[in-house]
Design a binder for this molecule. Structure first.
Ligand code: UDP
Length: 255
C-alpha cells in the first residue's frame, strides 16, 4: 500500500483529507526531538474527530490543519477511522501523554518550556507540578490564557524574550490552533502544541477519565458526563462515525 507522507518523511493516513501521522509515541517523540534541533517552527496538532469535522466545515480551520507540521492521532475515533480506511495507525498519541513525554525528553536535552493558557491559578500550579516532576526541563515562563488580540504582541514578546524550545498552549481547540498558526513564524519557538484542558488535569483541577474509560475508548463519554456543556460540540461525533462507515476505504481519498 502506498504510504502518504506529510512534510519531512512522516507516514500519514488521510482522514477526509487531513493528514494524520501513523506513528506511535516513540517515533513521534524522536521526530519532535529532531524538529527542535532543526530550530524551525513546527505546529503540532493533536487531532480528534471534532477537529476533523471542524476542518471539513470551516475552510480557515482546514488551512490550519493542512499547514501544521505534524498532526498526531489524539482521539480514539481517529485511530478507528484509519483502520476503516485500511491504513491502521500504530496507537493513539494523546496530547496530554505527548506533553509528559516531551517534558521527559526535555530533561535529557536540557530544553526550556513556556506554558501559555488556562487561568492564573491553574497555570501556577501546573508550572509547580511539572517542575517537581521534571526538574531537568526548565519552565522559563507561564502565563494565563485569558487575553484578547490586543495583547497578542505583548504575549509574543514575553515568549520571545526567554526563547523556549517548547510552547504548550491551553486555550481550547477553537482558539489555540488558530493562534499558534497565526503567530508561529513570529514566536521563535521550534515546537508549539495546543494542549486543550491538559493544564486543568495536571494542576489537579479536573481529572482525566479513569483507565477503564480510556481502555474502552470512552474518554469522550467521561468528559461529557463531567461537563454536559460539551454536548453541542459532540454532535460532530455521530456525523463523523456515519461518514467513516459510509465511505470506508474511500475516506482517505475524500477531502
Ligand atoms: N482557556 C483559556 N482562555 C480562554 C478560554 C479557555 O486559557 O479564552 C483555557 C481554559 O481555562 C482551559 C483550556 O483553555 O484550561 C481548555 O478549555 P476548554 O476545556 O473550554 O476547551 P476545549 O478543550 O473544550 O476546546
Amino acid at each position: 500500500m502506498i504510504e502518504n507522507t506529510h512534510g519531512s518523511g512522516v507516514p500519514t493516513v488521510s482522514i477526509f483529507g487531513i493528514p494524520v501521522s501513523k506513528w506511535g509515541m516513540r517515533d513521534t517523540v524522536n521526530h519532535l526531538r529532531e524538529a527542535v534541533e532543526s530550530g524551525k517552527p513546527h505546529q503540532i496538532i493533536t487531532a480528534n474527530p471534532i477537529m476533523v469535522m471542524a476542518a471539513l466545515e470551516d475552510p480557515a480551520y482546514n488551512v490550519i490543519m493542512q499547514e501544521a507540521e505534524l498532526i498526531v492521532p489524539d482521539g480514539a475515533g481517529v485511530v478507528w477511522a484509519a483502520k476503516k480506511a485500511g491504513e491502521p495507525i500504530e496507537e493513539r498519541v494523546p496530547g496530554i501523554e505527548l506533553l509528559h513525554e516531551l517534558m521527559k525528553e526535555g530533561q535529557r536535552q536540557g530544553w526550556k518550556v513556556y506554558l501559555l493558557g488556562s487561568t492564573k491559578e491553574v497555570i501556577q500550579e501546573t508550572a509547580l507540578r511539572l517542575t517537581e516532576q521534571y526538574p531537568g526541563t526548565a519552565i522559563v515562563g507561564a502565563r494565563d490564557g485569558y487575553f484578547g488580540p490586543d495583547q497578542d504582541q505583548e504575549v509574543i514578546d514575553g515568549i520571545r524574550a526567554v526563547s523556549p524550545h517548547l510552547l504548550f498552549v491551553a486555550r481550547g481547540a477553537d482558539t489555540q490552533e488558530p493562534w499558534i498558526h497565526k503567530h508561529k513564524h513570529s514566536l521563535g519557538v521550534p515546537l508549539m502544541m495546543g494542549v486543550g484542558g491538559s493544564f486543568d488535569v495536571i494542576s489537579g483541577k479536573t481529572k482525566r477519565a479513569p483507565k477503564a474509560f480510556q481502555k474502552l475508548r470512552l474518554e469522550w463519554l467521561y468528559r461529557l458526563l463531567s461537563e454536559p456543556s460539551r454536548l453541542p460540540r459532540m454532535a460532530a461525533l455521530p456525523k463523523f462515525a456515519v461518514r467513516v462507515l459510509r465511505e470506508g476505504e474511500n475516506l482517505k481519498k475524500s477531502s
